[in-house]
Design a protein around this ligand. Structure first.
Ligand SMILES: NC(=O)c1ccc[n+]([C@@H]2O[C@H](COP(=O)([O-])OP(=O)(O)OC[C@H]3O[C@@H](n4cnc5c(N)ncnc54)[C@H](OP(=O)(O)O)[C@@H]3O)[C@@H](O)[C@H]2O)c1
Length: 327
């Protein structure tokens, strides 16, 4: 475990000379862990430009946050871009926009999503289950489109790194569209597994980029309520249970933000970034860092090796089929 004191010490070293991070893109930074990480990053006082992507209804409540950030660090520039990131066509549009404005991106931080507790399948206008669109397809499209700008940079996908399992992962039905296949018990591990399988491949093919799949642990962001359909009583009971557990064990907002800032900047993950004298994080065979809520790394070798062998080619093919028109 990396203690909170060690995290704070590392983050205190973030200066213009220790981190090359000048431009960051946050998808999911309008609330929760993304927002907490932005606040921690801006508070370092370094000159940073942040593209903060969010949907239209979130814009007005995000503006006071942006004002707060500019006061916290007058050298920071925060640019809100309106985007419906569950839609691949809109992801393509905003990626083209950012690509026309920047030549180098140091950090792509992906945290949009929720757990679909209701168990009822809801789809985007493009036909993808909404949580899967946010937590997998949209995230992979952001990465693939922005990769040319991420040289020596970092990608952090916040979902469930290290929680991969070979059970509950359906490689014959990636989208869980078959009758009876879509349940919360299948969706969560499916999307976590898909993230890891794909990121492991991208890490192998792009050793100049640091890839992290982060497990945030419990953080009381309200995320647990987002996916509830307002009907399922079982879902409601489960949400109350999780909220009770959260109340007991959740990280404070401050600690969550600092832990994700550490993951976004420290050389603990692959050697690039803010100098780190502690134990170096161990990556998967592909070079992906699966980072726990305590900021430890697990290669989860037994499971990830199986997923890679059995599913990587297949998932790549499936993903290209879906993302192809937007690449
Ligand atoms: N918090 C936890 O304890 C926890 C634990 C394990 C895993 N996770 C996972 O980690 C990720 C980040 O969690 P978090 O707590 O930071 O989440 P959050 O605060 O609830 O939401 C993160 C972002 O997702 C966006 N979002 C949600 N539904 C959307 C939709 N239908 N269309 C477009 N954007 C949408 C939100 O946008 P708006 O601001 O516009 O609503 C927000 O920017 C999620 O995938 C979550 O499931 C969280």
């Amino acid at each position: 475990m990396v203690s909170f004191t060690e995290i704070l010490s590392s983050n205190a070293l973030i200066t213009t000379s220790t981190t090359p991070l000048r431009v960051a893109v946050f998808v999911g930074g309008t609330s929760g862990i993304g927002k907490l990480t932005i606040r921690a990053l801006v508070a370092t006082g370094t000159p940073i430009k942040i593209y903060l992507l969010g949907r239209k209804p979130s814009q007005s409540r995000t503006l006071p946050f942006i004002k707060e950030l500019h006061t916290l660090n007058p050298k920071a520039e925060i640019i809100f871009i309106e985007a419906e990131v569950s839609l691949l066509a809109d992801v393509k549009r905003v990626c083209s926009l950012i690509s026309s404005l920047e030549s180098k991106i140091g950090l792509l931080f992906l945290s949009a999503g929720f757990a679909p507790w209701g168990g009822q399948r809801k789809e985007t206008a493009e036909g993808h289950e909404v949580a899967q669109a946010l937590e997998y397809y949209s995230r992979m499209l952001f990465i693939l489109r922005l990769l040319p700008f991420l040289d020596s940079g970092r990608v952090v996908s916040v979902l469930g790194g290290g929680m991969e399992t070979t059970y509950f992962l359906d490689m014959e039905d990636w989208e869980l569209k078959k009758e009876g296949n879509f349940t919360i018990w299948r969706a969560r591990p499916q999307y976590i597994g898909m993230n890891t399988i794909m990121l492991d491949r991208l890490a192998k093919e792009n050793p100049n980029v640091t890839f992290i799949h982060s497990l945030p642990g419990a953080v009381d962001t309200g995320n647990v309520r987002r996916g509830w359909d307002g009907k399922s009583i079982l879902g409601w009971a489960f949400i109350r249970f999780i909220e009770g557990v959260n109340w007991l064990v959740a990280f404070s907002d401050e600690e969550s933000g600092q832990r994700h800032l550490f993951q976004s900047t420290s050389a603990a993950f692959g050697g690039r970034g803010v100098p780190w004298s502690g134990e170096a994080g161990r990556a998967t065979a592909g070079g992906l860092f699966l980072v726990s809520n305590k900021c430890d790394c697990t290669p989860n070798t037994k499971v990830v090796d199986q997923l890679r062998d059995k599913g990587q080619e297949k998932l790549w093919g499936h993903t290209m089929e879906i993302l192809g028109p937007y690449l």
